[in-house]
Design a protein around this ligand. Structure first.
Ligand SMILES: [Zn+2]
Length: 332
């Protein structure tokens, strides 16, 4: 059975080229302010890693325990979260000191507010528009490539990510469920027409020829901070087929993952023989339930994540270190 969420947008290199052209036309820029206060202009530049929380390297014992668990597994289910993408330069929500919640009062939009209030949609899309050129160009890091390689050689039976940044797709993972959707696709809430996020960017530019704004801070979904004053005059293009409301094809806060996708992942849990969580605090139930299910089915649970997680008590192995350091040290 194919995953209902296999991404279908164009090859990454073509995507990157188109984005660069759009960025050049619009001259977008986002300044990201890390916790120590230095500002980086991120348009058209390589951004230094700034959003990985402090941690100590993994010990030999910890690596040996994880190595043993991974070696024994023949059908490994992997579940990843925002902590995996911090090493690509994308902040997470909850990490101490460096996560979005620690650095900013900016909070994700609630789904019902987006649905019911035109001014919330206007602000959301203005911010998303300014953040997109930078957000869309983030690249996979060593952990994304490790999982892609583990899939290629048959170690990983399925990968579930809570991230909407498409970095697993860019790294080449195919047996993939994007649990919370992808910021690279846009859907109409009335007729369900879908377009790529690039098409949406072009539409926005065509309907906002004079509008300009820049911002500080970026969220894990590409959102940035703008004032209400900056948002004034921004036009949100409606669905080009029916005139309906459009939104990125991501699960907003306050909304639920579709039942068919949840059941699909439960099936992947059932057919796996172990589960590895990488870069997630599992605070959100939508991911935690799968670890809980694996634990109930007496499958070994391994967690690699900096800081406490909701499933620490369920884990056979827990390593409190950078995903890249740990995963690149495992041989299969
Ligand atoms: Zn429509």
């Amino acid at each position: 059975m194919l995953c209902p969420k296999v991404p279908s947008f164009m090859a990454y290199k073509v995507l990157r080229c188109q984005l660069q052209q759009i960025n050049n036309i619009f001259n977008c820029s986002v300044n990201i302010v890390p916790h120590h206060g230095r500002t980086y202009t991120t348009s058209n530049q390589t951004q230094p890693v700034s959003f990985v929380p402090n941690s100590v390297p993994p010990s030999e014992n910890e690596l040996a325990e994880l190595q043993d668990l991974i070696r024994k597994s023949k059908r490994l289910l992997v579940l990843t979260g925002a902590g995996l993408s911090t090493e690509s330069g994308i902040p997470d929500y909850r990490s101490e000191g460096v996560g979005l919640y620690a650095r900013s009062n900016n909070r994700p939009v609630q789904y019902t507010d987006f649905l019911n209030k035109a001014e919330i949609r206007q602000r959301y899309w203005a911010r998303n528009f300014v953040g997109w050129p930078r957000f869309s160009l983030f690249s996979p890091n060593v952990s994304h490539h490790v999982f892609s390689e583990w899939e290629r050689v048959g170690k990983v039976s399925w990968l579930v990510t809570q991230n909407v940044d498409a970095l697993h797709f860019k790294a080449g993972s195919k047996r993939l469920t994007e649990l919370h959707g992808s910021a690279h696709r846009v859907e109409c809430l009335s007729c369900e027409n879908k377009i790529s996020r690039i098409e949406m960017q072009k539409l926005i530019i065509s309907q906002n020829p004079e509008w300009r704004a820049s911002s500080i801070e970026m969220a894990p979904d590409g959102d940035v901070t703008l004032t209400w004053e900056q948002v004034k005059g921004f036009t949100v293009p409606p669905c080009q087929k029916c005139g309906g409301i459009v939104k990125p094809e991501i699960v907003f806060f306050g909304a639920n993952v579709k039942k068919n996708i949840v059941n699909f992942v439960y099936e992947r849990v059932a057919e796996s023989d172990a589960i590895l969580v990488a870069g997630s605090s599992l605070e959100v139930y939508s991911g935690f339930r799968f670890v809980n299910r694996a634990y109930d089915q007496k499958k070994p649970v391994a967690i690699v994540s900096i800081g406490k997680t909701r499933a620490d008590k369920l884990a056979n192995v827990k390593i409190n270190a950078k995903c890249g350091d740990v995963l690149s040290a495992i041989s299969i």
